[in-house]
Design a protein around this ligand. Sequence first.
Ligand SMILES: Cc1ncc(COP(=O)(O)O)c(C=O)c1O
Length: 376
Amino acid sequence: MDNIPVFKPLIEPEEIAAAQAALEMGWLGMGEYVGRFESALGDTLELEDRHVVGLSTGHAALHLGLLLAEVGPGDEVITPSFNNIADHQAIWTTGARPVFCDVLPHTLCVDLNKAAELVSPQTKAIIAMDYACGLCDHNQLADFAVTHGLRVMHDAAHSLGSRWEGCPIGSFSDLCMFSFDPIKTITCIDGGALVVRSEEEKERLHRMRLIGMGQSAEVMYQNQRAWTYDVAEPGYRYHLANLHAALGLEQLAKLDTITATRRATCRAYHDAFAELAGLDVPMTDFDDITPFLYYVQVEADRREAFCQWLQERGVETGMHWQPGHGFTLFSDCRRGDLSVTEQLARQIVTLPLHSCMATDAQERVIAAVQSFFKQG
Ligand SMILES: Cc1ncc(COP(=O)(O)O)c(C=O)c1O
C-alpha cells in the first residue's frame, strides 16, 4: 500500500500537453505564456484597478513587494513568527529586520492588537499572511495600516481562490503576493505573482524582475526582446518563464474543481474529527475558502506518537511551521508576546490534502486519525 503524501500536485494530461507545447514553441524564458498567465490570473481575481506581475517564486514577490514599499536597512517589518521562512528572509534581504508578532488562536493569522504594541518609528510595513484555510481580518488590517501609516504586504500564498466578504483574495490589498510552488493549490512548478495598485509600480516591477533592464513587457509577451535598453536601477532575475506559466494556465482553468474537491475533503475531515477528544480542527466551515492545507492541533505530549501512528498506517504528516523567532539568524530580532505561537509550535500537525483526493486515501487518513484517539 502506497504512503499518502501530505501534498500531491494535480498533474493531468492537460498540464503535460501544455508543457510540451511550451517546450516545442522554443521560447522558454519570459514571453507569451507569461502575459497570458498574468491576464488569466487578473480575470480570476476579478481585478479592475490593479495589475498582476508574474514572478519566479513567491519569495521573489515578497522581496520585490517590500522594495516597492521602500523597506531597507534600518527599517522594521512586523510579521507573524508563525510564518514561512520566505517572508522572514525577504525582509532580511532588504536589509531590514523582521519584528516577530503573535497570531490569533482561532485563525492562526496575525494578532493585530499585539502588532500595535510592536509598532516603532522604524516600522515601515506589515506582512500579514492568510494561513492554511483561514483568513486574516482584512478590514481590521486595512484600518491598522491607516492608523500606523504602514504599507501592507498581504501574503496570499495559501488563499488563492478564497474570498473575503465576497471579494476575491488579491483584489483589495495594498500589495498582494501569491506562490505557485510545487505544493501550492495551483502550481507552476515554481512561480509567483505580485498584485499592485498603480501602473507605476507595475512598470517598476517589470524592470526589477529583469535585472533592471528597461525592456517593454508588451514586446516580450510576443516572444521577442530588444537588444538595446537602459538600466536605471538595481534588478533581479525574478521573472516567470513560459514553460512555468503554461502549466499555471492549465491549473488556473481548474481552480473551481480544485476548490470544490479540496473543500469537500476538508469537510469530510471536519465531520469525522468533530467528536474526537484531544484533537482540535481549524475553526472554519470552509464557505468562501479554497483550502491550501488542513492542520490539526494535538496535545503537545502526544504529537510525536500521533505522527508515528499515522506513519505506520501509511499516512504522512507535516509541520507548518517552526516559528521564525527560534532560528539562529533572527535571534537578535525584536519580538512581542509569542505565547500562542509557542503553544502552536508544539501542537500543530498537517494532514494530507490534495486536489481531487482519492476517496480511499481520504478514508485511510480518517481511519488512522480516529483509531489513534479511540485507542485511549
Ligand atoms: C505563506 C507562504 N509565503 C511565502 C512562500 C514562499 O513562496 P515560494 O515557495 O514560491 O517562494 C510560501 C511557500 O511555501 C508560503 O507558504
